[in-house]
Design a protein around this ligand. Structure first.
Ligand code: COA
Length: 229
């Protein structure tokens, strides 16, 4: 196998990628709430996002077209989860029935997510990076960075002026360093109703989005970015 064939390449995420994207999510987000909701729920969620007119997603493919990483988000994050739950509630109930029977403790959090979905920034021109993951064995090789840069360029092309995201504040140094190195700036820290401390980051899409020219936003609209972790 030549060196060239082992260099991953990027392309836009398609509906047919969802199964592989779910596998990457399950491998990379072990112990996270959405992972506990199971592959059927994740397929619905990523399928809904990729089919949405506001969804933006990229996948990184290895030789043999295996998906080794992905990034996705929305140009209109406000109300994303509300619409998702409203339009897909029957399928969501079916998809989460078994995970709920196996792990009843996730019930209250799921209920909160349905009744009080995370409030994304409503600031005009603010897009959200909702999820990014690279297969554990392929991390620290520059794939995540390439995915974010391509994502930011596409968001800028679609007219977004800034992109925000949330990530765990505690026990998550590597991911916080990852975003800071890409030019994201900390906007605020906040606790979820479960007492989970989160950091909200933003980057403004000035000249040269995704590259050296990107500048941290310093401020964002009210509310926090929605996250899929
Ligand atoms: C976060 C994640 C997507 C990063 O992808 P990746 O392919 O491993 O990251 P890259 O190799 O592109 O790293 C990009 C930059 O971050 C830095 N970085 C990455 N991991 C790091 C670590 N553990 N410690 C310090 N810096 C790190 C790299 O040094 C690099 O900086 P540089 O270009 O200045 O050298 C990946 O680790 C992952 O999937 N994690 C699990 C899922 C997750 O937590 N997602 C984020 C949820 S908000």
């Amino acid at each position: 196998m030549g060196l060239e064939s082992s260099v991953p390449h990027l392309r836009k995420m398609q509906l047919s990628d969802v199964d592989q994207v779910v596998n990457v999510h399950l491998s990379s987000f072990q112990g996270f709430f959405l992972t506990f909701l199971g592959p059927r729920f994740l397929s619905l969620l990523y399928g809904y996002l990729v089919s949405s007119a506001h969804g933006v997603g990229y996948v990184s493919l290895d030789h043999g077209d295996e998906i080794v990483g992905f990034v996705c988000g929305s140009t209109q994050p406000a109300g994303f989860y509300r619409t998702f739950f409203k339009n897909q509630w029957r399928r969501i109930m079916l998809a989460t029935l078994w995970p709920l029977i196996c792990r009843p403790s996730i019930g209250p959090r799921l209920l909160r997510a349905v009744l009080y979905p995370p409030q994304a920034s409503t600031a005009q021109g603010t897009a959200t990076l909702m999820s990014i993951a690279v297969l554990p064995e392929r991390q620290n090789k520059g794939i995540g960075k390439m995915l974010v840069q391509e994502f930011l360029i596409e968001m800028q092309r679609k007219g977004a002026q800034q992109v925000n995201l949330t990530t765990d504040k505690e026990n998550n140094d590597s991911v916080n360093v990852f975003y800071r190195r890409l030019g994201f700036q900390l906007v605020r820290s906040f606790a979820t109703p479960e007492g989970r401390w989160m950091n909200e980051y933003a980057i403004s899409l000035g000249r040269g989005a995704g590259g050296q020219g990107s500048r941290g936003a310093g401020e964002t609209g009210r509310g926090g970015a929605e996250e899929m972790g």
